[in-house]
Design a protein around this ligand. Structure first.
Ligand code: FAD
Length: 434
């Protein structure tokens, strides 16, 4: 229960050396751990799958994993609701739901995260009529910093519930969550390349026409790839299954990684390499499958990642600015820019709080040139009042955060009420939230 343990996140951008590493397997143990931490005057952090780029999950005090606390507690098929222990990984949840004729309404691009970890940083997918994953939560229980078990409900607990839905582990340990699901559904996906400026121009119409839509662009390439996904009653259609297998198992894993490394050794080759990747990856595709298989993409190679939420109507303008900045500063950017769309919500510190949002993601493999790219990207995001994704990389400070998140003070008041002794305040929380 108490072995030395070094924590390193998935992307290997952050690490810490927790004094204790604990693996509770029931709710009583969660309460016990919090009480022990209070008595020992120590601090606690829960880690989900460690898939955040930021240091949000790091601590040198007590780190808790809920990998042994991940059972399904109940399923109400009629109401399409499921209650689970918070350590459950979304990839397992997807299959459990499918076996019960249910599905999550929307997902991010992977399902490796734990359900509590995903909602805690405001994880989102794409679809302008769909808000972040946290908004699919109907109720949750939490062991707060006083060792109390608190049950929160979307109908009763206004501020507290809206704070807890995106709470960066700062209010306590999320113990169980009840999720509103929908009937199992298939998604039909069309993907195709389009010339960059033309794609940018068509954003408003693509948003009207499709339930879920995202854009991928490799810097230095003339085209971007449009992905459109809509619910359908049609049967699964997986033409090109072999090509997809090659794509996922060989192209994404080996060829893409090899080309990335080549570009890291010889940065001036980045543009031609991106064009080769574009030829391999940006093509017409059509498939119909279970929603979670279409929402998710193959796990990418390790890379740096920053993502900002800006007003949806600024999407095209921001994309043009980013392309211009990369060209003018002669940056060698070897990884995707991803553009997604999310409906406004009312979770107090959600990046999509109060405004329909375009999430712009700037990604880059390797350390070389990352800081320059991040700063250029953040200058542009600042011009659109961009709010950083809490689970990704950013370099803006607390003052900027205070200006960007209009309900930060309300969140701070809830945090003080839930955790007056700062048991759940790690460096990240102290630096940006307190
Ligand atoms: C390859 C890849 C693809 C990604 N795709 C997307 C995407 O499409 N959309 C998107 O928005 N994000 C995406 N992310 C980011 C990811 O969804 C978030 O960073 C998410 O928070 C990670 O979940 P996790 O379970 O790994 O949590 P961790 O990173 O381990 O922890 C995140 C936060 O949750 C807290 N936490 C975890 N469990 C609990 C609990 N039980 N109680 C209280 N607090 C808890 C931690 O303390 C920490 O503050 C991606 C990440 C990777 C690596």
């Amino acid at each position: 229960m108490n072995a030395p343990h070094k924590f390193v996140n998935w992307a290997a951008t952050e690490s810490s050396n927790p004094e204790k590493f604990l693996k509770p397997s029931n709710q009583e143990e969660l309460v016990e751990i919090v009480n022990s931490a209070i008595n020992a005057n120590s601090k606690i952090r829960v880690v989900g799958a460690g898939h955040s780029w930021s240091s949000v999950a790091c601590t040198d005090h007590w780190l808790i994993t809920l990998d042994n606390y991940c059972n399904v507690l109940s399923i109400d098929k009629e109401a399409k609701q499921i209650t689970v222990e918070a350590g459950l990984r979304i990839k397992e949840l997807n299959v459990i739901l499918k076996d019960n004729g249910l599905a999550l309404s929307n997902l991010g691009s992977i399902s490796e995260q734990s359900i509590a970890g995903a909602i805690s940083t405001g994880t989102h997918g794409t679809g302008i009529k769909f808000s972040i994953l946290s908004t699919q939560i109907l109720a949750l229980t939490l062991v707060n910093g006083k060792g109390e078990l608190v049950s929160l409900d979307h109908e009763k607990d206004a501020d507290l519930f809206k704070a807890a839905l995106v709470s960066l582990g700062a209010l306590g340990i999320i113990s169980t969550v009840t999720i509103q699901c929908e009937e199992l559904f298939n998604l039909e996906e069309f993907a195709y390349p389009v010339e960059f400026d033309e794609g940018v121009k068509r954003i408003p119409e693509l948003l009207k026409e499709h339930e879920h839509m995202k854009l991928w662009w490799f810097p230095h390439v003339k085209e971007l790839q449009v992905y459109c996904q809509n619910r359908t009653k049609a049967e699964h259609l997986n033409t090109g299954l072999f090509i997809r297998w090659v794509d996922e198992k060989i192209l994404a894993k080996y060829i893409f990684t090899f080309l990335l490394n080549l570009g890291l050794w010889f940065p001036t080759l980045t543009a031609p390499i991106n064009r080769i990747i574009k030829i391999l990856k940006f093509k017409k595709e059509h498939r119909i499958d279970y929603s979670y298989r279409v929402f998710n993409t193959p796990m990418p190679p390790k890379h740096h990642e920053a993502e900002y939420a800006i007003p949806v109507e600024k999407a095209g303008e921001a994309m043009l600015q980013i392309r211009k900045m990369i060209d003018e500063r002669r940056l060698h950017v070897n990884f995707l820019m991803e553009v997604r769309f999310v409906k406004a919500d009312d979770c107090l510190i959600s990046p999509a709080f109060g405004r329909d949002t375009c999430y712009v993601g700037a990604y880059k493999a390797g350390d070389r040139g990352w800081k320059e790219y991040l700063h250029g990207f953040e200058e542009i995001m600042a011009a659109y009042d961009g709010r950083p994704h809490w689970g990704k990389e950013f370099s803006i400070d607390k003052n900027a955060i205070g200006q960007l998140y209009p309900e930060l003070e309300r969140f701070q008041a809830v945090r003080e009420q839930m955790d007056p002794n700062n048991v759940f305040a790690n460096r990240f929380v102290r630096e940006y939230i307190m």
